[in-house]
Design a binder for this molecule. Structure first.
Ligand code: PBG
Length: 322
């Protein structure tokens, strides 16, 4: 035999030498859930090891993560039902606890990078990402609401805006608005190929943000489509997105590969709540090794072409490296 591929696997040092894909904590974004109040850190029941923090407790968590070398956080607010309305008014109220928290974190941790979520669902009494009229999700009318939300987040100090709503034309709309208001340095990481997925279930528990009626299939993408992701990516790139995201990650590795092969912008992937929950649940049952499964799935996402990974495993990964 002239060719013996096993020679390149004969020892750990050799395996390390030829390894094609490396995971680094610098490329991870840690999503965190915040709720109003003080002194509370409560576990999300469908996401063992992941918590909803009140702003004071969040500060400790972020300080710990920064010490571990995690510097980029994506923050998601859980608002009380009493604050929600059909037009997501509270999302642009500069006094809301989410924006206040961003402001405080930015002054407390000079190095921190904060990504925000732009969509109506955590603020909307309908639980949809867009404005609902007679059961229909209105596209163009939603843009204005997203715009006010975005400006409020930029004003609070957000470094990266993450439109997760999947309305048409929102990247261009938000880019123009940010520029007009002097926020030229605020980046946009667009949820470019966001699929209508069952894997968001635990996230909607965490924020109590599930749609009150219907599903999200008229705006989020059909899981059966790959070519359509190229259309979304072309539009987002053209409309001024700085980074393109695929979501979920594990069931969409082909889409990650497709975008990373066809676009020069950095590709991100969101290793979503359901993907985290599956590994955690199986691990807690003793059905697989949580740590090994975590590392294997993260490296797969990276191998497929994602430079950036948003993952609930970020802290666990950073702890391993310490
Ligand atoms: C809101 C939003 C969702 C997620 C991120 N932003 C839920 C949804 O679209 O229903 C899901 C994240 C996850 O499951 O971890 N627009």
């Amino acid at each position: 035999m002239l060719r013996r591929p096993r020679r390149n696997r004969k020892s750990e040092v050799i395996r390390n030498l030829v390894r094609e894909t490396l995971l680094t904590k610098e490329n991870l974004i840690f999503p965190l859930f915040i709720k109003n109040g003080s002194g509370v850190k409560e576990e999300v029941s469908s996401m063992p090891g992941i918590f909803r923090f009140t702003p004071d407790r969040l500060e400790n968590e972020i300080a710990e993560c920064m010490d571990l070398g995690l510097k980029t956080f994506c923050l998601f607010p859980a608002f009380d039902d009493s604050q929600k309305d059909p037009i997501a008014s509270v999302s642009a109220d500069p006094g809301n606890f989410y924006l206040k928290t961003i402001e405080k974190l930015k002054s407390q941790f000079p190095e921190i990078v904060i990504m925000t979520d732009v969509a109506m669902d955590p603020y909307s009494s309908d639980g949809h990402d867009g404005l609902v009229r007679d059961g229909e999700i209105l596209n163009d009318e939603t843009l204005e609401i997203l715009g006010n939300m975005t400006l409020a987040q930029a004003r609070a100090g957000a470094d990266i805006i993450g439109p997760s709503d999947m309305m048409d034309g929102r990247v261009e709309y938000l880019r123009n608005l940010l520029d007009e208001h002097g926020y030229k340095q605020v980046s946009i990481m667009s949820y470019t190929a966001k699929y209508a997925s069952a894997f968001y279930g635990p996230f909607r528990d965490a924020l109590d943000s599930a749609p009150k009626n219907g599903d999200k299939k008229t705006y989020q993408m059909d899981p059966a489509n790959r070519r359509e992701a190229l259309i979304e990516a072309e539009l987002d790139a053209w409309e001024g997105a700085d980074m393109l995201m695929v979501k979920p990650a594990l069931a969409y590795l082909d889409v990650i590969l497709e975008l990373s092969s066809n676009f020069d912008l950095p590709i991100a992937a969101y290793n979503v709540s359901g993907e985290y929950a599956m590994i955690k649940a199986a691990g807690l049952n003793g059905w697989l090794d949580t740590q090994e499964a975590m590392l294997e799935s993260l490296v797969s996402i990276r191998r497929a072409g994602a430079r950036i990974i948003l993952t609930y495993f970020a802290k666990e990964f950073a702890l391993l490296e310490k």
